[in-house]
Design a protein around this ligand. Structure first.
Ligand code: PPS
Length: 308
């Protein structure tokens, strides 16, 4: 675990200043998500929408090279470099060498993103997911990373949840400056009518992947025939991504996390809505619900915690 003092000295502000000044191109497409909300899914889907469903041209490229992470590439903060090495992500990826249109992903809260996204009105696809399933998915990821470092990790999901709701777990703190789910999501919900913003729900994608691929295509101004949409939906289905070593990030899973990618990849794991019910105790749920009520009291956002 990274201790509080290291976190305080991690230079998050320095890192963010550099990211805030990052030069965007007006045709850049940003996928923005709170971690564990459907990032990997959207990273598989958007390149295929852009290239008209040409699976062969992307299938051998790692998703992090097709759609690199802003915060892991535009930073030379020493702690972040250390984390990059630990996590094994995009250590020397140069965004400036990418051909346009670039698709770039970020988990950063809106206030930390490049200022030029607003000035140049870049397209932003925001993917949201109900925070109970996000918490469970995050828990699995954090446990996998900590056990790969031979750290004990959290003793229970309930212990993790306390850190999750105050954004105190390692990943939230060190990489994302302690951003809370509600600040992340509510910002983009309030911007959902902006012409350069597409606000998506993971739960909607689960219910109607084809309809949501069409939504993304329309937003990106790409015309796709029905058979191409079907092909993309098939490639991006959970079952198909569960068999896709690139989507699973198999090398990273086996080399860094020391887990069996097919069984335990935290990037394509269970893919369910409502899986949180197997983890939240009654007390966890009461605590979470009371907090959630406060979080969204001034908003008309309605998340789906279960599907009919
Ligand atoms: S990360 O590490 O922040 O990039 O993780 P992220 O990709 O945002 O979230 C991982 C969760 O998304 C699920 N996933 C999918 N669900 C449904 N269909 C498809 N195709 C799919 N691909 C990934 C993945 O299983 C993680 O959720 P959990 O609940 O852990 O299974």
């Amino acid at each position: 675990m990274v201790d509080a003092e290291t976190i305080a000295n991690c230079g998050f502000d320095l890192q963010v200043n550099k990211i805030r000044r990052f030069q965007v191109r007006s045709d850049d497409i940003f996928i923005v998500t709170y971690p564990k909300s459907g990032t990997t899914w959207m990273k598989e889907l958007v390149p295929l929408v852009i290239n008209g469903g040409d699976i062969d041209s992307i299938k051998d490229t790692p998703p992090d090279a097709r759609v690199p992470h802003l915060e892991f590439t535009v930073s030379d903060d020493p702690l972040l470099k250390h984390l990059q090495a630990t996590l094994g992500v995009n250590e020397d990826f140069d965004l400036n060498k990418m051909v346009s249109p670039r698709t770039i992903v970020s988990h950063l809260e809106a206030k930390y993103l490049p200022q030029q996204i607003e000035e140049k009105k870049c397209k932003v696809i925001y993917v949201s997911r109900n925070p109970k399933d996000v918490a469970v998915s995050c828990f699995h990821f954090v446990q996998a990373v900590t056990s790969s470092r031979s750290s004990p990790g959290y003793e229970s999901f309930s212990a993790f949840l306390l850190d999750f709701i105050s954004a105190k777990n390692d990943a939230q703190c060190v990489i994302y400056g302690g951003s809370l789910w509600k600040d992340h999501v509510l910002h983009w919900w309030s911007r959902r009518h902006d012409s350069n913003v597409l606000f998506m729900f993971y739960e909607d994608m689960k219910q109607d992947l084809i309809g949501n691929i069409r939504k993304v295509a329309e937003f990106l101004e790409v015309k796709l025939d029905d058979n191409v949409v079907d092909k993309i939906a098939d490639h991006c289905s959970f079952d198909s991504m569960k068999k896709n070593p690139m989507a699973l990030k198999s090398d990273y899973c086996s080399q860094r996390l020391k887990v069996n990618p097919t069984q335990d990849s935290p990037f394509v794991r269970k893919g369910k809505v409502g899986g949180w019910k197997n983890y939240f105790t009654v007390a966890d749920n009461e605590l979470f619900d009371s907090l959630y009520k406060v979080w969204i009291k001034d908003s008309d956002l309605k998340m789906q915690f279960d599907l009919p």
